[in-house]
Design a protein around this ligand. Structure first.
Ligand code: EPU
Length: 337
């Protein structure tokens, strides 16, 4: 029987380290426990796994269900393997498990905070790779009917930091396990992302393995991104905005150094980190909140005592300044509650 605690602090369950209370809190360690809990519970639910892509701004008046299910299964087939991980597996530990077992495809996604179960929700991505590239399917529990449904890659409707779980079926399912198709030989390494090549050179690696690529990514992330265990944060706070080529051409006349990445024939993505940095927000302190000193896209809980409302207030100042300067409206990447 899963125990339900009353009035529990969520500070240790969200990477921003925001101290709000859950009206009720239960941690489940397998799917059977989850189903049993939902059978007896009629209160509103709030699902939490790694708590790495959320900003909590108030107490949660619901039963917070912490997904802590563990387990990894590997089914090998000639040159590939189907690897299924339970939702509560820590993402980085899962990536490390794959590297140790010579399973290739997600090494560029090393050191991303969070858990396997939440990885499809925002189609996590870094250094030229997104999980949609290796995702086969996930199993999810329908909260209403308590029946399971499988979502294929296509059904997930993955986009840039986006999926069906943020849109049509938002709040309706709890992802319980995810299956990836990984390589067991002839690994296809993605080292085009400039920083990876540079880091491999620094490491003096000529013919990289999946482990080398993972180590390069870990090193890059360690130098740029704050460790949430030391300074609370949720990774990129904003999405990189996608604008029309026409708007970009106008901007580049004024800001010739503005980086951009093609998205379609008519659209480009511009790095929000660059825009925010150029607007001189990098490293600033605002009450207990701040902008990370090495990556302007990351808002931080600078003192450890920050409230969600302080982060929101800072984000609004940034959004309004970026709009004023560049005519671009930044959208948040983290989910705000
Ligand atoms: N830049 C600056 N100043 C900054 C930050 C960035 O000038 O303070 C410039 C960089 O020099 C570079 C460009 O902006 O020219 C892009 O920066 P970077 O390569 O660091 O990546 P990003 O666009 O800021 C995205 C993802 C990250 C992911 C990295 C690497 C989003 C919202 N963010 O960041 O993902 O790790 O690329 O692939 O797409 C996350 O989602 O939480 C996250 C950390």
């Amino acid at each position: 029987m899963v125990s339900i605690k009353e009035n529990t602090s969520l500070k240790q369950y969200n990477t921003f380290g925001i101290d709000v209370n859950a009206r009720q809190f239960a941690s489940i360690s397998n799917t059977q426990e989850l189903v049993a809990l939902l059978k007896i519970n009629k209160a509103p639910l709030f699902v939490l796994s790694g708590g790495s892509n959320m900003l909590l701004t108030k107490d949660i008046d619901a039963l917070v269900v912490h997904i802590n299910s563990k387990g990894i299964q590997v089914q090998k087939k000639e040159t590939t393997a189907l690897v299924t991980a339970q939702a509560g597996e820590n993402w980085h530990n899962f990536v490390q498990y794959c590297i140790t077992n010579n399973l290739g495809g997600i090494e560029n996604l090393s050191l991303i905070p969070g858990c396997v179960g939440s990885s499809p929700i925002q189609n996590i991505g870094a250094y030229g790779v997104e999980i949609k590239d290796t995702f086969v399917k996930c199993k999810a529990l329908d909260i209403e009917s308590l029946t399971f449904k499988e979502f294929t890659n296509e059904e997930c409707k993955f986009g840039y930091r986006d999926s069906i779980f943020k849109n049509e079926v938002k709040g309706k399912y709890i992802i319980t396990e995810v299956t990836f198709k990984l390589t067991i030989q002839n690994h296809v390494l993605k080292t085009d992302y400039g920083a990876i090549k540079g880091q491999l050179d620094v490491m003096n690696v000529k013919v990289p393995t999946i482990k080398d690529v993972a180590n390069a990514v870990i090193e890059i992330r360690r130098t740029k991104l704050p460790n949430p265990k030391i300074i609370g944060n949720s990774g990129s706070f904003f999405k990189n905005p996608i604008i029309s080529i026409f708007a970009y051409q106008k901007l580049v006349e004024k800001y010739p150094l503005m980086p951009h990445y093609p998205v379609t024939e008519t659209k480009v993505k511009v790095p929000a980190g660059w825009l925010i940095d150029q607007a001189n927000f990098k490293g600033i302190t605002y009450g207990n909140a701040g902008v990370h000193t090495k990556q302007a896209l990351v808002l931080v809980n600078k003192t450890g005592n920050c409230t969600g409302k302080e982060i929101i207030a800072l984000s609004q100042i940034i959004i309004s300044e970026i709009k004023k300067r560049y005519g671009i409206v930044l959208e948040t990447e983290v989910n705000i509650f």
